[in-house]
Design a protein. Structure first.
Lengths: 202, 202, 202, 202
């Protein structure tokens, strides 16, 4: 397995975000196969299509788009706000998808974790985000689904990493499945491209 | 019928937004029954839950929340971004829903228009927004659904109002249905409250 | 308050369905304001549009459509099957919605309960059903949302009614809210119709 | 490329179903790479979980499950009924997913076409089905999305195949993309399994 580069996008800006802690935990658990880092979204101006006509647009947009363009896959870790995707996360997605025809999300394998202290574990945000990723053409890991409910601060140690227990076990498994998904998509795409080149050369 | 106050929230910031023009057209068509005005969302900082602990938080938040609190009903006019609610609109909704327990959306009758130049008319954004409004406890007009497809600039006159034609006719009907829906919810709620007061007084 | 007639449609056919028990519990809790009965769906042939051209189509269709046509409102109590509406329930809805222009669901106020033994409480089925009810033009109660998780057989007594406890308390509140919602929609619609008749008579 | 076996499941029972015609057209267009056949669903009794306790349950269930179990991938061609998945299609999916732990859908690569005479092209059914396929663990082709609007009978020739024109061109491209998606998922999974066997043998 190669060591793929992953951008983690966290759907909450608050300092003690549990989704940020989940993100860091996954980065740690998959560190032997994935090179993951959180790409920040809190400084992105609200997307306005009029920016697309300007070159180059807000510098924060360029910074964000470059960071996503540079990776092999994307992991979203997000809370649910009002049964939907947090506006702050959707804004980042909108920024990355534009200008028209230059989306930085295209073809990147992805997975979604939604975590919350409540029982439902962000199901609504998770699936609204899946709908968005269809349009973005991001091959999406289906299983395991990760609606993480009951994620309270005591689930983490002082360093913000998941404590031993069923939640940690599940997240370790999720991290392994995600790295396999990224490997599957990227490697087979390469193989198919090589086949095509081979056929053309005959 | 009383003359209810309506906030229109437009899901696009661009200057020539067709959804803004649709919004203005509806405000005009319903002017004899509804007192509608667009409440702006382009200056709202990205929502961060840490603001909730601060008093009073960003002044733009207070301005927006006050504006929504003051109305009897809400109309959303929005494009679809990447098969979902534009981040900029969802951010405004998130801002209005907080701090916890102080949502300004609660109980306000609402309707949704999604307009786009394409064929599908923002179906994805429309229904993701409906899901959000369940949590926000906004009684939602069901019919007519307004997935306005093929909404190109030539559908509007120089003042930005809808030209004669089937689209205008549909939107006129939509505006009438919306004003009836607002009237129905507000008046019956008042009536039920009066009944309750009457019963209690006996 | 008048005593409105309610059809309860249960999304599971199995004998010991917990959603059927929840349905019966709600019927009992609201018995002073609503006259509720379960309308069966297990005998309905799979919907085929070719039936619409035949008169009168399958007799089970006529029986079901008559039963729904006769009520003032509808309560759906359903499990989630594979993150969606059970096929058996959707089939009944499709049957009731046809032939084109003769839907029996039109304008009937409605509410949805989704119950499951798992944590997520049928969120996916609940919201897919809400999307369907937009098209069916059924004014939908927004709050309280009822994603009933952890609904195991021991939550019910020998007669299949909810035992004392937080779940029962929640469902009692839900039943009260639903009867208010039905009353609100039906009474105000009547009032508005009377106003219109009054205006026309002048 | 190997010649993968594909089950096409059509979400409408009516004789002149346009989705059945689209299904046949795709089977024809991809015939050099995929061996596709329609698996019928019109005879499946409504799913009842009580059947799972019986061995072997309705013979139609066994027939359907065997047919899906035998294929490498699945294509859904479906209309939208009331903004959702037709009950008849969802019933087939529910049947195939059970008994618990023996789903026949598991891991099969899939794609969705939704066709309708209207403008919106079954967007609602398409995405509700995508949500279901997450749980079913079916790797789903993201692009091209196929919300086929304006699909009227005159789009087909006397044999029920798509006439020359933009719709046919789109569907030809869709068929090619689907066969690549199936190849990608199946071949890479095999490769990863071989790697694992190789590592284990060392």
């Amino acid at each position: 397995m190669s060591h793929h580069k992953i951008a983690i996008v966290v759907g909450s800006l608050r300092k003690d975000s549990i989704n940020r802690k989940i993100a860091r935990s996954i980065a740690t658990f998959a560190a032997d196969r994935l090179d993951s880092r959180i790409v920040e979204i809190g400084d992105l101006p609200l997307y306005n299509q009029d920016y697309d006509a300007e070159a180059p647009g807000p510098p924060e947009y360029a910074r964000f788009r470059d960071a996503i363009r540079a990776v092999d896959g994307v992991l979203f870790c997000t809370p649910e706000y009002n049964r939907g995707i947090p506006g702050v996360l959707k804004n980042a997605i909108d920024v990355g998808s534009r200008p028209y025809g230059a989306s930085v999300w295209d073809k990147k394998p992805a997975a979604i974790v939604s975590a919350s202290p409540g029982a439902i574990g962000g199901f609504g945000a998770n699936h609204q985000l899946r709908q968005v990723c269809v349009f973005l053409n991001m091959p999406m890991m289906q299983q395991p689904e990760a609606y993480l409910g009951g994620v309270t601060p005591d689930k983490f140690d002082a360093d913000g990493c998941l404590q031993e227990g069923p939640l940690r076990q599940f997240v370790v498994g999720f991290a392994a499945a995600f790295s396999e998904w990224v490997e599957l998509i990227i490697r087979s795409r390469k193989m198919i491209a090589e086949d095509a080149a081979h056929s053309a050369a005959k």
